[in-house]
Design a protein around this ligand. Structure first.
Ligand code: IFM
Length: 478
C-alpha cells in the first residue's frame, strides 16, 4: 500500500558538529568537553576522537551536493559553541560566524533549509572548568552564545532547536559519566537537567529578541518509550517512574512551566533542588511552534523489588566505551524500582531493539497532549556492520547494500505515516545520519550513515538506504 505524505512534509538528514566537522583547531576554535574526554584512555571504544571525523568543515560543499542529489529539503546541523565563543572572555569569533554563514548560504543556494541546533554536546572546556552544566552560570553563558548566533546567522536559519537530547548531556555526562565530561554524581546530573532547561528558556528568549515572535523555535528531546511488561499496578508504577525521570523532567518545565512535584520527592536522596530559583519554571516555558523527537527504540520495563535491587548506577558507571543498551538507559538510582528487560528481537549494532510502533505511539501521545505543537522526527536511524561492494556503475566504483537499514527506514517512515493518520501533527522526518560519523563513546565503530564514509580517504559511498530515502522523498510517499 502506498501512503503519501502532506505536501509540505519536510524530509531531511541530520548530523552534529563534533561528530562530522573535524578541524578542531581551525579558525580560532578552542577545545570542547569532548576533545578533553577523548584524550582520556578508555573513554572511547576505539581510542578515537572528532579531530578529523568526516572533515565536513572543509567538505561541506561536497556533502551539500550529496544532499541535493538525495533530494532532501532540509539539513539538521549543529553549531560548535567553541567556534563562536572560544574563550572565557565571551568575545565572539567572527571567523566561526563566517564559516557557518558560508555553509548556511551554500545550503540555501542548493534549496535545502538549515535546521540549526545550538547545542549538540560540545560545551566549551573553559565552561566545564568552572562547573559546566552543574553550574547555573553555564545557562547564562548559553544565552549569550544564542544571542551571538541569532545576530550573526539569524536570517539564514529555517528552524532553530536549542538543545539536542539534554537527557544525554545531563545523565550520561554528569550521572553515569559515559559521556563527556565524565562526571559521576547524580546530584550534579539533576542540577545539569535544570540548567539545561534554563538554557533552553534563555536561548529561546535570545533568539526571539533578535528575530521576533515568528522565529520558528524548538528543542530536541530523546523521549524514552517505556513499555510496562504488564498492566499490574507495580509494573505501571515502574513505567511511571521511568517516564518521570527520563521525560517529564524536560517536558514539564519546557511545555507546561513546572516540574511535577513527584520528581522532587523521588530524587530527594541526591539533591534538594535548591538550584531551581523563583521564576525559573515560568522562564523555561517559552512559546515554541514545534518539538523535535529523536527516536531509535523502546525500553520494556517491569517493577523491581528495591530490597533486591542492584543499583542501576553501578552498572552504568562501569560501562564506558560500549553500546549503552536500553537496559542501561535509565542511569538514575531514583529509578531503582525500574527493571529494564533485555531487548528482544533482531538488535541493531548498538544492541537496540527495533519497535517502529513505539514511534507511532510516542507521536500520537505527544500530539494528543500538546495539540498546538508541530512535531518532527529530528533523528531516526540504525547502525549496522556494513560491507562495501565493488560496483563499476556506482560513483567511486562502490556501493553498500544495507538491507537491514533499508527495512528499518521503511518501517519507521511507515510508523510516522501511521501517527499522522491517527491525528498527530508530524511535519518532518530527519534520517540519522547523512554520514557515518563519530558515535561518541563508541568512536567510529558504529555506522549510522545512509552514506558511508571511508575514513582513510574521506570518500563518500552511497548505501542502498540513501537510494531508498531518495525514492521516498521523490515520491513524497512510501
Ligand atoms: O549519534 C547520536 C546523536 O548524536 C544523538 N542521538 C543519537 C545518535 C545515535 O546514538
Amino acid at each position: 500500500m502506498t501512503t503519501t505524505f502532506p505536501g509540505d512534509f519536510l524530509w531531511g538528514t541530520a548530523t552534529a558538529s563534533y561528530q562530522v566537522e573535524g578541524a578542531i583547531r581551525e579558525d580560532g576554535r578552542t577545545p570542547s568537553i569532548w576533545d578533553t574526554f577523548c584524550e582520556h584512555p578508555g573513554t572511547v571504544a576505539d581510542g578515537s576522537s572528532g579531530e578529523i571525523a568526516c572533515d565536513q568543515y572543509h567538505r561541506y560543499p561536497e556533502d551539500i551536493a550529496l544532499m541535493h542529489e538525495l533530494g532532501v529539503k532540509a539539513y539538521r546541523l549543529s553549531i560548535a559553541w567553541p567556534r563562536i565563543v572560544p574563550n572565557a572572555d565571551g568575545a565572539v569569533n567572527q571567523l566561526g560566524i563566517d564559516h557557518y554563514r558560508r555553509e548556511l548560504d551554500a545550503l540555501r543556494e542548493a534549496g535545502i533549509m538549515p535546521v540549526v541546533t545550538l547545542y549538540h554536546w560540545d560545551l566549551p572546556q573553559y565552561l566545564e572548568d568552572h562547573g559546566g552544566w552543574a553550574r547555573r552560570d553555564t545557562a547564562l553563558r548559553f544565552a549569550d552564545y544564542a544571542d551571538a548566533i541569532a545576530s550573526g546567522l539569524g536570517d539564514r536559519v529555517g528552524i532553530w532547536t536549542t538543545l539536542n537530547e539534554p537527557w544525554c548531556s545531563a545523565y550520561l555526562g554528569y550521572g553515569s559519566g559515559v559521556h563527556a565530561p565524565g562526571v559521576r554524581d547524580y546530584g550534579k546530573a539533576l542540577a545539569a537537567v535544570h540548567h539545561l532547561n534554563l538554557a533552553h528558556g534563555l536561548g529561546v528568549q535570545a533568539i526571539r529578541a533578535h528575530l521576533g515572535g515568528t522565529a520558528k523555535v524548538s528543542s530536541v528531546l530523546n523521549l524514552a518509550v517505556n513499555i510496562a511488561q504488564t498492566d499490574s499496578e507495580a509494573d505501571m508504577a515502574a513505567k511511571h517512574r521511568a517516564d518521570l525521570i527520563a521525560n517529564e523532567v524536560f517536558l514539564g518545565p519546557m511545555l507546561e512551566g513546572r516540574y511535577d512535584p513527584e520528581i522532587f520527592e523521588v530524587t530527594k536522596p541526591y539533591t534538594d533542588w535548591s538550584f531551581v530559583h523563583d521564576g525559573d519554571e515560568e522562564l523555561i516555558r517559552q512559546p515554541m511552534q514545534s518539538l523535535g523527537v529523536n527516536y531509535y527504540s523502546t525500553t520494556h520495563v517491569r517493577y523491581r523489588d528495591t530490597a533486591a535491587a542492584v543499583s542501576a548506577a553501578g552498572g552504568v558507571a562501569a560501562s564506558v566505551a560500549r553500546p549503552v543498551s536500553p537496559a542501561e538507559r535509565n542511569p538514575m538510582p531514583a529509578q531503582d524500582i525500574v527493571e529494564a528487560l533485555p531487548p528482544a528481537g533482531e538488535l541493531t549494532a548498538m544492541g537496540w531493539n527495533q519497535e517502529p510502533q513505539g514511534l507511532t505511539s510516542l507521536l500520537t501521545e505527544l500530539g494528543a497532549r500538546f495539540p498546538d505543537l508541530d512535531l518532527f522526527v529530528s533523528e531516526n536511524g540504525s547502525a549496522w556492520d556494513d560491507e562495501v561492494t565493488a560496483d563499476a556503475d556506482e560513483p567511486n566504483g562502490m556501493i553498500v547494500h544495507d538491507p537491514r537499514r533499508v527495512a528499518y527506514l521503511e518501517a519507521h517512515v511507515r510508523a510516522v505515516a501511521d501517527a499522522i493518520a491517527a491525528g498527530a501533527k508530524v511535519k518532518g522526518y530527519f534520517a540519522w545520519s547523512l554520514l557515518d560519523n563519530f558515535e561518541w563513546a563508541l568512536g567510529y565503530s558504529k555506522r549510522f550513515g545512509i552514506i558511508r564514509v571511508d575514513y582513510d580517504t574521506q570518500q563518500r559511498i552511497w548505501k542502498d538506504s540513501a537510494l531508498r530515502l531518495r525514492a521516498i522523498v521523490a515520491h513524497n510517499a512510501i
